[in-house]
Design a protein around this ligand. Structure first.
Ligand SMILES: Nc1nc2c(c(=O)[nH]1)N[C@H]1C(S)=C(S)[C@@H](COP(=O)(O)OP(=O)(O)OC[C@H]3O[C@@H](n4cnc5c(=O)[nH]c(N)nc54)[C@H](O)[C@@H]3O)O[C@H]1N2
Ligand SMILES: Nc1nc2c(c(=O)[nH]1)N[C@H]1C(S)=C(S)[C@@H](COP(=O)(O)OP(=O)(O)OC[C@H]3O[C@@H](n4cnc5c(=O)[nH]c(N)nc54)[C@H](O)[C@@H]3O)O[C@H]1N2
Ligand code: SF4
Ligand SMILES: [Mo]
Length: 855
């Protein structure tokens, strides 16, 4: 076994992994004990990365108009189309839409090609959907996009305030670090989120703010701190500039933020009592029509109280993707030139000179949502999408799909053969994925780590930067794109940061510009800017930070056609559009379907049943979900996950729903707040299907699929007659039916007697438990009686919904063991003792059981 130290494929925590390569495509995943981000810990997604590296489903060769092609032909075509488009319609008729899942080296090459050689600013990234508001807030307050904190600050803080962050699910290893520090030192955790998430359940205080009530809330807290004499006047005088009338203009109240006076008082008391305070913010802050103002409202509080730049303090924007930060550094956003530089004549000239650029762009390009509008109306005729799935992840995805359909040339560089966006592409280019690619990523605390290859390239896949440099060479720019390896690209980028450093910016990697290939290969994680880059001097002209006057947006009148607010976000064990996590049977157990979470009062009002189906409608579109009635929602609000796509669900795609409304400063969409209505959907039959080979059902009201060992589990619902043969493979069929109760059960076995598929359908009754049936797929011999009964003939305990995916421990196992703490549950069932991602869920379950016992 060969051990390779690398970085996790998923979130912006950037955990180090010690990967034991055990075969051509197999790996044992362990946390890297020496990595400063995680010190050996990994969450459920990182732990189960090994289940996502199989070549199954990968894009293995270029595809042109649906047929397999060679690289030569594909790259010739891409280059010819690019050239023709630029010549005929000018450089702004082409665009790149890239991703925080590219490596820094890929990102650097994409930016250089677009801004330096094609000559347009039209390169934007999915980080526009993710971090753009935080970037804009940093630029406004600090003069540069610098995150002022490090992870150790979360441990040194006496108070950690989490704003719009479901940390326990989305940054689980940071959550574990925060919780361990609380256990050690008695620090306090506040969660500001309209939903009572698992993170909020475990907080010392949950502030269930109204959607987009954050600016009002933070302004009100700051006003209160000022009244209590807690503003740091000396720090303000020396290091911070405030606009005229700032203190009189602090609009907003607890009431307008939807927070009760009692909870507001508790919040202010906690903030007042704990100068060592970190405010970590994420998508509930950024993804808003006033996301930038939210970032500045948070930052204002820290600047005004001097709670920044000291250990255990600061406003901490936590990044989503593994390399969102790397993209921001090199200039992957359309409104940054390169290396934290803007578009002044001087900056453009220096960058042109550094790159020996043939045709430097003249100004910023189009931001993601605008970019797709330009594709839609034909201003952009050539679009190259890399490492992102915009047909799913952009808002108003129906419009986005129309744009993709209309685009004259759509090139998609992908790791996976069948994605929603790839289905629109004329030219599909196979890219290396995690475990194959090689380069660097920057995590949320500005720490640069190496991602290293574990396996050889599958099929003909190539690294993204290599694909682009081969296109550049065909366009006659070979000399500027002639790197021998990713180390050479990295050296060039590091050298280029000299342009930022000489302007007094914090971004400075020039000490890495002379690394040898070996040194790059062995490079240990390092943090640019150091642990606390800001306090005494800010990278502005006068060296001072800025307070920014921000005011809540006045609430608009509620449209009676859309009386509810739709919020969207993430599940613990799925990653984005599920192109990789969707293949893992272990991860699928946490949440097999996308659920619409609805408050009990709203469920009653709209006549919606728990576990029934519901249609959600907004001005942009409709989508269908199974319902989960829960009081963790605020009344009047509905939550759905963003993950499901056309590949793994019918009708359950969230982004049919949000509008194109963006933050006016950052251009980031407001994914968390769309006016909506809900109504029950009443299918005439419901079914589930366990099957080895995927089928593509048609004409249904709704369906979803999830991975099980050896195959797939599908949930189905429809009207009228059921075309069973369209869903089942060939083979020997056994069947039982009860026409009075509208029940049908069919099992199909293959030549060797093992189960190929099993369908359980009902028109009126309940369907049996899925997990046992799904488990039969892997067995060599199927037992017909048991299959039709959907349970073993010898009694087997029902474990209930799986809580611990690592050890397969269910709710009933935990209830049966009689433990009263998470640690005891671990001792008795092993639940929560591996990656620990389920510990908040176990704690919640114990609380619920204790409540029940007390009643
Ligand atoms: N499991 C998992 N982890 C991930 C990812 C994943 O896909 N799956 N993706 C990664 C990426 S790219 C990102 S960007 C991060 C995102 O990480 P998070 O930001 O933690 O995730 P979300 O679920 O999108 O949103 C967080 C919370 O914002 C709340 N919210 C909604 N509206 C408001 C509001 O007006 N105010 C406040 N204060 N809160 C609000 C939502 O209710 C939600 O609970 O996660 C990263 N980690
Ligand atoms: N409603 C709603 N929508 C949202 C959000 C939300 O909270 N709510 N969050 C937004 C946010 S924060 C984000 S970050 C986006 C994420 O949205 P996307 O970026 O669209 O999601 P992914 O599924 O991560 O897409 C990455 C794609 O790249 C492919 N890929 C993986 N590795 C590589 C590689 O090395 N090279 C290439 N060429 N391809 C690769 C994967 O197979 C996958 O298809 O979604 C946004 N959309
Ligand atoms: S917290 Fe989980 S998903 Fe994020 S980097 Fe660490 S192991 Fe990967
Ligand atoms: Mo993100």
């Amino acid at each position: 076994m060969r051990t390779v130290r690398t970085t996790c494929a998923y979130c912006g925590v950037g955990c180090g992994i010690a990967a034991g390569v055990t075969g051509e495509r197999s790996v044992q995943i362990k946390g890297d004990g020496a990595h400063p981000a995680n010190a050996g810990k990994l969450c459920s997604k990182g732990t189960h990365l090994g289940e996502t590296v199989s070549p199954e489903g990968r894009l293995l060769h270029p595809v042109i108009a649906g047929r397999t092609a060679g690289w030569g032909e594909a790259l010739d075509l891409v280059s010819a189309r690019l050239k023709a488009c630029i010549e005929e319609h000018g450089p702004d008729s082409v665009a790149f839409y890239v991703s925080g899942q590219l490596l820094t080296e890929d990102y650097y090459v994409a930016n250089k090609l677009m801004k330096g050689f094609i000559g347009s600013g039209n390169i934007d990234t999915n980080s526009r959907l993710c971090m753009a508001s935080a970037v804009a807030a940093h630029n406004r307050a600090f003069g540069e996009d610098v995150v002022p904190c490090s992870y150790t600050d979360l441990e040194e803080a006496d108070l950690v305030v989490l704003v719009g962050s479901n940390t326990a699910w989305c940054h689980p290893v940071l959550w574990q670090r925060i919780e361990e520090s609380r256990a050690r030192r008695g620090s306090k955790i506040v969660v500001i989120d309209p939903r009572r998430t698992e993170t909020a359940e475990q907080a010392d205080l949950h502030v269930a703010v109204a959607p987009d009530g954050d600016v009002a809330l933070f302004n009100a807290v700051l006003r209160e701190l000022k009244a209590r004499g807690l503003v740091d006047e000396a720090y303000l005088a020396q290091h911070v500039a405030a606009p005229e009338g700032f203190w009189d203009g602090l609009e907003g109240s607890a009431e307008s933020a939807g927070v009760s006076p009692e909870v507001f008082e508790q919040l202010v008391d906690l903030v007042a009592a704990h100068p060592k305070m970190v405010t970590m913010f994420s998508m509930g802050a950024n993804q808003s029509a006033q996301g930038t103002d939210k970032g500045n409202a948070i930052t204002n509080l820290h600047l005004a109280t001097g709670r920044i730049g000291l250990p255990g303090t600061g406003p901490f924007s936590i990044t989503g993707q593994p390399n969102a930060m790397g993209g921001r550094e090199v200039g992957g956003l359309a409104n940054m030139l390169a290396c934290h530089l803007g578009f002044s004549g001087e900056e453009l000239a220096e960058v042109a000179d550094f790159w020996a650029a043939e045709r430097i762009c003249t100004g910023p390009g189009l931001k993601a949502v605008e970019m797709f509008r330009a594709v839609h109306d034909g201003r952009i005729k050539f679009l190259w999408v890399m490492a992102t799935n915009p047909a799913v992840s952009l808002p108003d995805a129906g419009f986005v799909r129309e744009a993709l359909e209309r685009c004259e040339t759509l090139v998609v560089s992908e790791a996976i053969a069948d994605t929603d966006t790839g289905r629109f592409a004329e030219i599909l280019l196979p890219a290396l994925a995690w475990g194959e690619k090689d380069g660097t990523v920057t995590n949320s605390e500005r720490r640069v780590s190496r991602q290293r290859a574990l396996f050889a390239a599958p099929g003909q896949a190539k690294s993204d930067w290599k694909i682009m440099s081969e296109v550049a060479a065909r366009l006659g720019w070979g000399d500027a794109f002639a790197w021998a390896n990713s180390a050479a690209v990295f050296r060039e980028y590091a050298a280029m940061t000299a342009l930022a450093a000489k302007r007094g910016k914090v971004l400075d990697l020039t000490d890495k510009a002379g690394l040898s290939d070996e040194e790059y290969e062995d490079m240990a994680p390092f943090q640019w800017g150091g642990a606390l880059p800001l306090r005494e001097r800010y990278p502005t002209a006068d060296g001072k930070a800025r307070l920014i006057a921000v005011a809540p947006i006045a609430a608009s009148a509620v449209d009676p056609a859309f009386p509810l607010i739709l919020n969207t976000g993430r599940y613990r064990d799925q990653w984005h559009t599920m192109t990789r996590t969707g293949w893992s049977p272990t991860l699928a157990q946490h949440r097999r379907e996308p659920l619409a979470e609805v408050h009990p009062a709203d469920a009653a009002l709209y006549d919606i049943a728990d576990a029934g189906l519901v249609k959600i409608t907004t001005p942009s579109g409709t989508a269908t979900f199974r319902v989960k009635v829960t009081d963790s929602q605020r009344r009047g609000e509905v939550f759905v996950p963003m993950h499901w796509t056309d590949v793994n669900a019918g009708e359950g795609r969230a982004n049919r729903l949000p509008s194109q409304r963006v933050d006016p400063v950052s251009g980031q969409p407001g994914f968390k707040n769309s006016p909506a209505r809900i109504e029950a959907v009443l299918p005439e039959w419901r079914a589930f299907l366990v099957v080895r080979e995927l089928v593509a059902p048609e004409g249904l009201l709704w369906w979803t699929r999830s991975a099980v060992k050896g195959g797939w589990l599908m949930e189905l619902a429809g009207l009228g007659t059921v075309d069973v043969s369209a869903m089942l493979p060939a083979g020997e069929r056994i069947e039982v039916a009860d026409h009075v109760r509208g029940m049908r059960r069919i099992a199909v076995t293959g030549a060797d007697g093992s189960l190929e598929a099993a369908l359980y359908l009902t028109r009126r009754g309940v369907l049996p438990s899925r997990e046992w049936v799904a488990g039969q797929l892997g067995l060599s011999e199927a037992n017909a009686d048991e299959l039709l009964a959907a349970r073993p003939s010898v009694g087997m305990p029902d474990r209930g919904p799986v809580v611990c995916v690592c050890h397969g421990i269910g709710e009933n196992d935990i209830a049966a063991c009689g433990a009263s703490t998470v640690a005891e549950v671990g001792q008795c069932t092993r639940a929560g003792t591996n990656c620990g991602s389920c510990r908040p869920a176990i704690a919640k379950l114990l609380q619920a059981m204790q409540l029940e016992a007390a009643e």
